[in-house]
Design a protein. Structure first.
Length: 263
């Protein structure tokens, strides 16, 4: 715990380098905790929370953001929603392996314009040191736009964030990581509104049956389901398997495969 306290203090010192700061907020534990820490370091009145909403987010994700905003953010939080239209971006819908780069660059460019309108000059996001070890095209956009990454500056990783979020009472400290619906469409398959909504309906079906944190991925001619490892046996039992296959066929998702590695 002394290690965590040291890292949290380092985070606060990093944040205090800014007089006023805008934070990119997705509703996940990383960005929620970054808002919390920024408000602790600078005061609620000096932190602008920016959230992007668009058709690539599921209804469940949108509702979760609303709940977290109400439960975990200070009542006086300066919150600004920015609407995006990624299905109008050709470089996005063609879905190359650079899709996340193009999306992040568009999104954060819009955030930069929004924060300037409100008299802010700096944007921060919840990238942590574990993210730097992965292949994340969006990181290139973050560097190009000079977005601050306070967790990296303080040497904070994903597990640190979850432990600190739990310590400070954030409601989403143990929620599974989430991502936009476009991440479920295999690279080089064109992204369409219909595909996104089909994925959303399929995942809702699984979530309603207790398979929280599931993913339904469209891959060429097959559909791949991913659930957390502890749920694999339950999903594969005859009662759930047959019910799932029937429902997925009504959506035109056939054949259906189960990723045995688990999430």
């Amino acid at each position: 715990m002394n290690r965590l306290r040291f890292k949290y203090n380092a985070l606060l010192e990093s944040l205090k380098e800014y007089t006023k700061l805008a934070v990119a907020f997705s509703g996940g534990v990383d960005s929620t905790f970054l808002v919390y820490a920024a408000q602790h370091a600078l005061g609620v009145e000096n932190v602008l929370v920016l959230h992007a909403f668009s058709t690539i987010l599921s209804k469940q994700s949108v509702e979760r953001v609303g709940k977290i905003r109400f439960i975990d953010l200070a009542p006086q939080t300066f919150f600004k929603a920015v609407e995006l239209f990624p299905l109008s971006w050709n470089e996005f819908i063609c879905n190359s392996d650079e899709r996340c780069y193009f999306c992040k660059k568009r999104m954060y460019s819009c955030f930069n314009r929004a924060l300037e309108e409100e008299g802010y000059c700096s944007l921060a996001d919840g990238t942590n040191v574990d993210d730097l070890k992965e292949n994340r095209p969006g990181l290139r956009a973050i560097r190009q736009l000079k977005v601050a990454t306070p967790f990296v500056d303080a040497g904070i990783n994903k597990n640190d964030i979850r432990l600190l979020a739990k310590k400070y009472g954030l409601s989403n400290h143990n929620l599974p990581s989430d991502s936009c619906l476009a991440t479920r469409v295999q690279n080089n398959m064109v992204i369409t509104e219909q595909k996104l909504r089909t994925i959303e309906v399929a995942e809702d079906f699984l979530n309603e049956r207790g398979f929280q944190g599931c993913r339904v991925k469209l891959c060429n001619e097959v559909t791949i389901i991913e659930v957390v490892a502890k749920d694999i046996e339950l999903l594969a039992c005859d009662a759930n398997r047959l019910q799932l296959l029937h429902f997925f066929r009504t959506l035109g998702l056939n054949p259906v495969l189960l990723n045995m590695e688990g999430r």
